[in-house]
Design a protein around this ligand. Structure first.
Ligand SMILES: [Zn+2]
Length: 229
């Protein structure tokens, strides 16, 4: 409990620092930050639950909870946001019938939102799962198509590690074709694997609203840092 209070204090101090910093930047980059829309993508939804934890917790719910908190945090920082989904739905076309068709249509519609949202950066929220339950911690993946994607991934990874997960030594990773939205993105695009549903301690924390807020704050601070540089 004391640790989480301390962490919140650290987060708040960092926020004040970042806010002060954001006021101190040149008007050009401040304007640039104001023009950007962060398109927040809560992974999966509806028929597509994503990964499932041993206790039955579905990834899609944690993704949406963290995405909504991220929306709030960015809003408080004066950064414009949009969401690919705001409830437990798959955003497929009504013509899609099978689960496969729904998943394909859903991913195409998310891509279309990315393409249609002017001057946006794309931040997708997911949870990891692996056969080795020892693996834990946040890792950010980035689109291979723009150098800005790697820069954005790095500021988010650094922010999470510095503020929340000092023991996390993971490095950002370039997306292969298995992450469709990043692989084909033509805009700055990252995917945050917040933690591992297959790790007991990560799962406990990822289901905790206080931890979700801390994580959302760290991601938001990383985005703010990216926009200011
Ligand atoms: Zn996922």
């Amino acid at each position: 409990m004391a640790a989480s209070v301390l962490l919140l204090l650290i987060c708040f101090s960092y926020f004040l620092y970042s806010f002060h910093f954001s006021l101190a930047v040149s008007s050009d980059s401040a304007d640039a930050a104001q023009d950007v829309t962060v398109l927040i993508d809560a992974g999966h939804g509806g028929v597509d639950g994503g990964a499932a934890a041993g206790d039955g917790t579905e990834e899609k719910h944690i993704n949406l909870q963290i995405a909504r908190l991220l929306e709030q945090q960015l809003g408080a920082m004066g950064i414009r946001t949009a969401m690919t989904r705001t409830s437990d739905v798959s955003i497929h076309d009504s013509s899609a019938q099978t689960i496969r068709e729904k998943k394909v249509s859903d991913i195409h519609n998310r891509m279309q939102l990315m393409e249609e949202t002017e001057n946006c950066i794309f931040v997708s929220i997911h949870q990891n799962k692996y056969s080795d339950s020892a693996l834990s911690g946040t890792q950010v993946f980035y689109s291979p198509n723009t150098t800005a994607s790697a820069q954005l991934a790095q500021t988010i990874q650094d922010s999470v590690q510095t503020l929340l997960q000092p023991e996390n030594s993971r490095e950002i990773e370039k997306s292969g074709s298995s992450i469709y939205l990043l692989y084909y993105a033509q805009k700055p695009a990252v995917l945050v694997e917040c933690g591992f549903l297959s790790n007991a301690e990560d799962l406990r924390k990822l289901k905790d609203e206080t931890y979700q807020k801390q994580l959302a704050f760290c991601i938001a601070a990383g985005i703010l840092e990216y926009l200011n540089t």
